[in-house]
Ligand binder design. Sequence first.
Ligand SMILES: Nc1ncnc2c1ncn2[C@@H]1O[C@H](COP(=O)(O)OP(=O)(O)OP(=O)(O)O)[C@@H](O)[C@H]1O
Ligand SMILES: [Mg+2]
Length: 461
Amino acid sequence: MSKILVIDDDASIRETLDLYLTEEGYKVETAETGTDGLNKYVKNPSDVVILDIRLPDVDGFSVLEDLKEENENVKVIMITAFHDMETTINAMKGGAFDYIHKPVNVDELDIAIKKALKSLEMEKKIDGLLMEPSRSFRVGDIIGTGNKMREIFKTIGIVSQSRTTVLIQGESGTGKELIAKVIHHNTSPDEPFIAVNCSAIVETLLESELFGHEKGSFTGAIARKLGKFELARLGTVFLDEISEMSVNLQAKLLRVLQEMEFDRVGGKDKVKVNARIMAATNKDLKAMVKEGKFRDDLYYRLNIVSITIPPLRERRQDIAPLIDYLLAKINLDLHKKVIGVSDEMMEIFMNYHWPGNIRELENLLVRACVVAQGQVLGKNDFPELGKDEASKAPKEEMAEVFTPNAPGKLLTLDDVEERYIRKVIKENDKKNKGEICEILGVSRPTLERKLEKYGISFERE
Ligand SMILES: Nc1ncnc2c1ncn2[C@@H]1O[C@H](COP(=O)(O)OP(=O)(O)OP(=O)(O)O)[C@@H](O)[C@H]1O
Ligand SMILES: [Mg+2]
C-alpha cells in the first residue's frame, strides 16, 4: 500500500484529504506544521508528500528542501493559494514533483499522485537495472502476460533442460532472437551464441561461413577458416531467416542435423558438431514445404520443438507492460527519466495494428525519448503515428465498424463496441474464447458480460 503524508495547517484540508485518500486505498498520515511533518517523514518515510507552502512555523520551501535532503527521490506535491508563476517555478526548482492550487481539486490531485507513484516505480526499476551491470538474459526479460506467452515461457523452461533443435516462428520484430538468446542463456551461458542470417549473404559464402574452409579450397581462400558450427563449440548456432536458405544448402544442413558432423569445404576430415541449432523464420515454413520451396525432411528435423510467437496486435494487453519495460531500458541508455505515455497516446497504441511488432514499438519509443521535453510522451512525440500510419491502416480495417447504417446517424460507444466484438469473432473463426479475449485485451468474465449485454451468441471453446 502506498503511503502519503499530508502537511497542511488547515484542519479541514487535512481531514478531507485524509478521508478521501484513505478511501482511495492509501495509507495516510497528517501533520499540522512543517516540523511535525518532517519528524513524521523521518520516522516513517512515505512515498508521496502533499505539502502546503504556507505553514505556521517554517515555510513550505524549506520543508521541501529538508525532505529532499532526507531522500532525494521523495515525491512532493505542493499546494498553495498563490497563483503566481514565480511560486510555481520556485517549487519546481526546489525539486517538487508537481504543484496544485487551492481549492484542491481532487481529480487533479489524484492524477498528480498517480503520476508521482508511477515515477517512483520507474526509478526503482531503473535502480534495479543499474545494480546489474552485466545483465544476463532471464525469462523475466521477455514481457508477456497472456496464455500464449505463458505457454512459451513453459516451453523455454523445458527446452532449456535439453539441447534439442528449436524452430522459432513469428512475424518480424516479435522477439524471435530474444527468445533464442534466453534459451541459449539458460542452457549454456558460458558458450558462444552465434547468429547467422541466411538471407544476408550469397550461397557460397554462407556455406563457408557455416562449415568453414581449408586453405586453398577455392580462389580467395588464403587461410583455413573455422565455420560457425565449430566456433559455437557447445553453444548455439542460431539460423535466422532459415526460409531463405538455398535448396542446396538445405540438403547440407539436413545432413549436419542427422549426423552431427560435416566436411569442411575442401577438407578431408569430418568435423564434429557439438553446438545446438536453433532456427527462426517469419515465413510460414509449413506452407513453403507444401509449395515445394522448403525441404520437408529438414522442416521436420528443425521443428522438433517449435515456438510460435503471436504478433503484438493479438496480445494488446502486453503493450502497457512492454512500454514500461522498454522505457526503463531506454532511460538507462539515454540517461532520460521518461515515465510513460499519455492516456491519449496509449489509446492510439492500443488501436494501432503494429506491423513491425515489438521492434516497431521500441523504435518509436527510442525516437520519442530522444526528442521529448516532458516526462510523459504525448501525441506530439510520435509524429509518425499521429498522421498517416496509425490512421491509415486501422481506418480501412475499421471502416465497417465505424460506418453507421443510416446516413447522418452517429454511433454510440456501445454500438462500436458491439460491432467490433462481432467483427473480431467473425474474422477469427478458428479461435477459441481465450484467444478472442487476448485479441480484445479483456478478461474472460468481461467478455462473457459483454456477450450477454449485446446478445452475441458465441459457443466456441
Ligand atoms: N516479449 C518481449 N519483451 C521485451 N522485449 C522484447 C520482447 N520481444 C521482443 N523484444 C525486443 O524487441 C526487439 C526485437 O526483437 P527480436 O530482434 O528478438 O525480434 P525478431 O523476431 O528476431 O525480429 P526480426 O524478424 O525483425 O529479426 C528487441 O530489442 C527485443 O529485445
Ligand atoms: Mg531477428
